[in-house]
Design a protein around this ligand. Structure first.
Ligand code: ZN
Length: 347
């Protein structure tokens, strides 16, 4: 969706605090996209009468649209913090997006410390008095809380077979308060925090489908979730792990879209209560839209949730590979092989 923006007057004085070639747009520092691209070895061309820019080099392909915060990075949709802008025919990109989104995704090894992932905290969204999204089909209410728990239990089983230690913020139909969820992960010294949810489109827009993966919003940008939860732009505990969380969210969205063959709703940012206090790489997965006629049916089906859990495992393993030790957790190679053959045998 195109985001409209207004170009504010650039004050002469403010040029002194900006890097060479940068401009201020709506109070944010923007860099000329072409210059950045050349400096990083990209070739570029434009489409859509100059409003779509495609940058490529030997290993990467980036697509940007003027007036849009939706970018495509190596085939995965990623929501930027600010729309790409065009000033007198020259495209500009927010410096914050170069620093906090584009560079970490292009050069992960510079942003990630080698770390073995052993303990994973899964957070089945909602529970108890909080049903989450509700979709009525005939005379039956499908409650989000039931499907997040079912997915979490399935995912726990699959991760355990690979040797991960898994903890859950809830394993029954109860409601842990939101701050208690990351607190549990922190206390257990979890290496990853994964919150599981299912989406519902507002206003009867039942054509919307596909997964979205959220990670913490960078400092200085507004959250992209419509509810405006945690609307401030300041630092949270989770911002200490924001690069890792972004890389985990990216690998997760890619795994979900490729493995499930569903539309890519993109990597997004939000200061969700369950994300902002997590002292480890943390993401929130919206696994799909309960309101979509066919995706909804699949979400309500255990076989599809098993596939989704397998996709999430792939996302975690892909992220694990970035953090260096390539073998999942604490296992000797022979035990890993046994675990993998177990998975093959299961229906
Ligand atoms: Zn939810």
């Amino acid at each position: 969706m195109r985001v409209l923006f207004t170009l504010l007057t650039v004050l002469g004085l403010e040029f002194f605090t900006l890097p060479a070639g940068a401009v201020l747009i709506n109070g944010h520092s923007y860099a000329p996209l072409g210059e950045w691209a050349r400096g990083n070895g990209f070739y570029g061309f434009t489409r859509d009468y100059g409003d779509e820019m495609v940058l490529t080099n030997r290993t990467a392909r980036l697509v940007f649209d003027v007036d849009s915060a939706s970018a495509e990075i190596n085939g995965v949709n990623v929501r930027l913090s600010f729309p790409v802008a065009k000033v007198k025919g020259v495209p500009f990109i927010a410096q914050l997006d170069l620093d906090k989104t584009i560079r970490p995704l292009l050069y992960p090894s510079r942003y990630i410390e080698p770390k073995r992932i052993t303990t994973i905290c899964l957070d089945p969204g909602h529970g108890g008095r909080d049903t989450g999204n509700r979709v009525g089909v005939l005379f039956f209410w499908h409650n989000e809380k039931s499907y997040t728990l079912a997915l979490a239990l399935e995912l726990r089983d699959q991760l355990k077979k690979l040797g991960y230690h898994v903890i859950l913020t809830r394993s029954q139909d109860v409601y842990p308060e939101l701050p208690a969820r990351p607190a549990l992960a922190n206390k257990a010294g979890a290496d990853l925090f994964v919150s599981l949810h299912f989406n519902a489109a507002q206003g009867g827009k039942n054509e919307v489908q596909g997964p979205e993966t959220y990670c913490i919003t960078p400092v200085g940008a507004a959250s992209s979730n419509a509810q405006g939860e945690g609307g401030g732009t300041g630092a949270t505990v989770a911002n200490r792990y924001e690069n890792q969380s972004l890389l985990l969210a990216y690998r997760m969205e890619k795994a979900l879209v490729q493995y499930l063959g569903v539309p890519d709703r993109g990597v997004r940012r939000a200061r969700f209560a369950v994300l902002r206090d997590a002292a480890m790489p943390a993401i929130l997965i919206e696994g799909g839209y309960m309101t979509h006629p066919s995706e909804g049916k699949r979400i309500f089906d255990a076989a599809y949730r098993r596939q989704m859990a397998a996709a999430i495992v792939r996302g975690i393993v892909a992220y694990q590979k970035l953090t260096a030790p390539p073998v999942p957790p604490t296992l000797a190679p022979n035990r890993t092989a046994a675990a993998v053959s177990n998975i093959k045998k299961s229906p």
